[in-house]
Design a protein around this ligand. Structure first.
Ligand code: NAD
Length: 514
């Protein structure tokens, strides 16, 4: 069972080196990597090197897979009630350490502490959902499919599964993956984002404290090489990926060529349609919160507003509200938005804003020159709004992933829906209206995985699934909810016959029929 003398995360991170090195987790032990290559984990508000993350060696990767493979036979046979109890304890421990986890998220990722709590909390909800796995994983049974014959199907775990994570939700996204996978009876290899590895290690430590046996969850750090090793390894049966399209499509193709199942959640360009009959203040508040929360670094962040008809007159109100937001280091209680993840991300966002201006968009709010006193070297960008944006502009075609809101217009709902459906991404889309007819038309015709009706960021709770349409998702079975359980299990169908067959003396070679 779990290692009983684990040190606290801070001890784990600072045993020998300065800056501290982030350990791998292999076969139940947190181990310093023998790698010669390390990547700095940088606090985006201060540029301080928080820790260093290893590019895990081949040998260490193989040891992690072998530990996961070794742990599988007994873990899959562990009663489901016991596996659920580990999750019950795990959710309690996440609650206990919520503040510590959130502080780590803010330090490595930059988002405000309140938002970091939300990051942990939305992942915690997946753990809570996994506590009911016995019901979620139930099979099906039909008696008397033929005389004296019954058929039933069982949802069995796959074996070793793996998860590859992005930087923007350091706690939530690992929690979308391994709690569901392991409660189904799988063992797991987690590859956190090299930019924000801390929360994954802390969560793994809690999972082991909760009773997760050694080898059931393993962590390997690194970037492209370790990802490719995961794709190529014959013992890994399934990969969950969340991140950009470049990485996602590469992983999808490479892993599928090896016969693995893959669920890949990727980039986004989320639109909100504002109908002129919508409630003005509630809508403007929702647009500002969804556009600039987490500095726009959410896959469900609002990036484009489509004003229909006279609702375009609300532009000045939107700008006024956005201007009032406070940009600050995430640990300050008054911060509405913190920095973006890296200097490179900041430069890229600046470039996309400039390209919008050069191709004719109106820069109605410019956050590029913001300085946060005391944090002059932080990657801060203030809320930025570009108006009169058209579909051919680079700033519209590319996912910006920063605090930049694009405004465009349509004469009617039909045109607004067409604009959105022509965009290559299909993660989320919302409509603000008081008309049920408009809302229903939107819900029916829009090509997006998550649809909001007067809800700006419609991220589903774990009893539903987080989906995605067009370039925002590759694969079939989505994350969490019923689809998530189906992803991490395969169906075995059993046909049984219990009848007195003594009287059957003939051999029958024809296809059996009932
Ligand atoms: P990213 O693709 O750069 O990194 C994600 C993971 O892939 C990391 O672990 C990284 O090490 C690895 N990786 C990156 N490039 C790779 C390559 N060429 N080959 C192999 N591995 C590679 O993504 P990110 O910048 O960390 O995250 C932001 C992106 O994630 C945005 O596009 C955002 O929309 C998306 N995202 C999507 C969802 C969703 O549910 N749809 C949720 C969160 C984030």
């Amino acid at each position: 069972m779990a290692n009983s003398h684990l040190s606290t995360p801070s001890e784990l991170f600072s045993r020998q080196h300065k800056p501290p090195r982030v350990p791998n987790l292999i076969g139940g032990s947190f181990l310093d990597s023998k790698s010669l290559t390390f990547i700095d984990v940088i606090n985006p508000a201060t540029q301080e090197v928080v820790s260093q993350v290893p590019c895990t060696t081949d040998e260490e990767f193989k040891a992690a897979v072998s530990a996961a493979k070794k742990a599988f036979p007994s873990w899959r046979k562990t009663p489901i009630t016991k596996r659920q109890r580990v999750m019950l304890k795990f959710q309690e421990l996440i609650r206990r350490d919520m503040d510590k986890l959130a502080l780590n998220v803010t330090t490595e990722q930059g988002k405000t502490l309140k938002d970091a709590q939300g990051d942990v909390f939305r992942g915690l909800e997946v753990v809570e959902h996994a506590c009911g796995m016995a019901t979620l994983q139930m099979g099906e049974y039909v008696s008397d499919v033929s005389s004296g014959i019954d058929t039933y199907s069982i949802r069995e775990p796959l074996g070793v599964c793996a998860g590859i994570c992005p930087f923007n939700f350091p706690a939530m996204i690992p929690l979308w993956m391994f709690p569901v996978a392991v409660t189904c009876g799988n063992t797991f290899i987690l590859k956190p984002s090299e930019k924000v590895p801390g929360a994954s290690v802390m969560l793994a430590e809690l999972a082991m404290e909760a009773g997760l046996p050694e080898g059931v969850l393993n962590i390997v750090h690194g970037t492209h090489d370790i990802v490719n090793a995961i794709c190529d390894d014959d013992d890994i049966k399934a990969i969950s990926f969340v991140g950009s399209n470049v990485a996602g499509m590469h992983i999808y193709a490479r892993a599928a060529a090896k016969g693995k199942r893959v669920q890949a959640n990727m980039g986004a360009k989320n639109h909100a349609v504002v109908m002129p009959d919508a409630s003005v203040d509630a809508t403007v508040n929702a647009l500002v919160a969804a556009g600039f929360g987490a500095a726009g670094q959410r896959c469900m962040a609002l990036s484009t507003v489509v004003f229909v008809g006279d609702s375009k007159l609300w532009e000045s109100k939107l700008v006024e509200h956005a201007k009032a937001l406070k940009v600050n280091v995430g640990t300050e209680p008054d911060a509405d938005l913190g920095p973006v993840i890296s200097k490179q991300a900041k430069e890229r966002i600046h470039r996309l804003i400039q390209s919008g201006v050069e191709s004719g968009a109106r820069l109605v709010l410019d956050g590029r020159n913001i300085v946060v006193p005391g944090y002059e070297s932080g990657n801060f960008i203030g809320p930025t709004i570009l108006s009169d944006v058209t579909a051919n502009m680079e700033c519209y075609k590319e996912e910006i992933f920063g605090p930049v809101l694009l405004l465009t217009e349509a004469d009617n709902l039909e045109e607004a829906i067409n604009i959105i459906n022509e965009n290559k991404y299909g993660n989320g889309a919302s409509i603000f209206t008081t008309s049920g007819v408009a809302a229903r038309k939107f819900q029916t015709e829009i090509e997006a995985g998550q649809v909001g009706i007067n809800v700006p960021i419609p991220v589903p709770l774990p009893f539903f699934s987080f989906t995605g349409n067009k370039a925002s998702f590759a694969g079939d079975l989505n994350f969490y909810g019923k689809a998530g359980v189906n992803f991490y299990t395969q169906i075995k169908t059993v046909t049984q016959q219990w009848k007195d067959s003594a009287s059957e003396s003939k051999i029958n070679l024809a296809m059996p029929t009932s």
